[in-house]
Design a protein. Structure first.
Length: 248
């Protein structure tokens, strides 16, 4: 039985005050939540979030990392730095990084590799554009994205990877994939993993992301191959985030 995981991706939204209010708000509502809960906060607020959540049920994650261990990479953040802050999770390959910052499958695979080598747990994002879905290429695109990482780090590494399927057309649009659409692609992702190792495929968490909210969360997370959610907008309010956490 795979555990349910609900992760919030705050994206580029935070202040010190908001971090305090949101983290405390989530912490205060977690007593009746069974899911594993993660909040992925912007780099400058990681330490603050970690300090607020020590010995709690709320785990903290980062949203990106560099492909290099260290060195002359002005403005970048390494896996080692994230680990050094006692942060366990890191989002890798989010569609905003792929489309706005030119992250290719190769770069994403390198980031997954360095995250794992430093003992971090990547939240590895895949997903197709609307045009790719309309052309019937969803499986080709998502399959390519998953295989690029398997080819680089090997299937064994998926024991420490959380996959997130985020159809790009559903992110921040209010248009959610139907449970049938999401389940179909989740099952496909699991089949790609199973082509390499069926046990690992059955134990790898695959989260859904894209306009998940308190109203649609239960039905989505209720699908056989959907193991939780990666939440953008609805993770910025403790109430709505907690409602999704309770749906799991
Ligand atoms: P929304 O929930 O705002 O659609 O964002 C999803 C997402 O990109 C999470 O990483």
């Amino acid at each position: 039985m795979r555990e349910v995981i609900v992760a919030g991706n705050w994206k580029m939204n935070a202040t010190k005050e908001m971090t305090n209010t949101l983290v405390m708000g989530v912490l205060n509502g977690l007593s009746d939540v069974n899911a594993k809960v993660i909040a992925c906060v912007p780099f400058p607020y990681l330490s603050q979030a970690v300090a607020l959540t020590t010995h709690s049920q709320l785990n903290i994650g980062a949203q990106n990392l560099n492909t290099n261990e260290s060195g002359a990479f002005t403005g970048e953040v390494s896996a080692e730095m994230i680990k050094d802050l006692d942060v366990q999770y890191v989002i890798v390959g989010h569609s905003e990084r792929r489309s706005l910052y030119g992250e290719t499958d190769k770069i994403v695979a390198e980031k997954i590799e360095i995250a794992i080598n430093n003992g971090l747990t990547p939240l590895f994002c895949v997903g197709e554009l609307l045009s790719e879905r309309e052309e019937g290429n969803t499986e080709a695109v998502v399959g390519r994205q998953v295989r690029a990482v398997i080819d680089r780090v090997g299937i064994e590494a998926f024991r420490d990877i959380i996959v997130a399927y985020e159809p790009v057309w559903a992110i921040g649009t209010g248009v959610t994939a139907t449970p049938e659409q999401a389940q179909e692609t989740h099952a496909f992702i699991r089949s790609v993993l199973a082509d390499n190792d069926n046990d690992i495929a059955q134990s790898t968490p695959i989260l859904y992301g894209g306009s998940m909210n308190p109203i649609n969360a239960e039905e989505l997370i209720g699908c056989k191959d959907i193991d939780g959610g990666l939440i953008g907008g609805a993770s910025l309010k403790a109430d709505s985030f907690l409602q999704i956490c309770r749906a799991g």
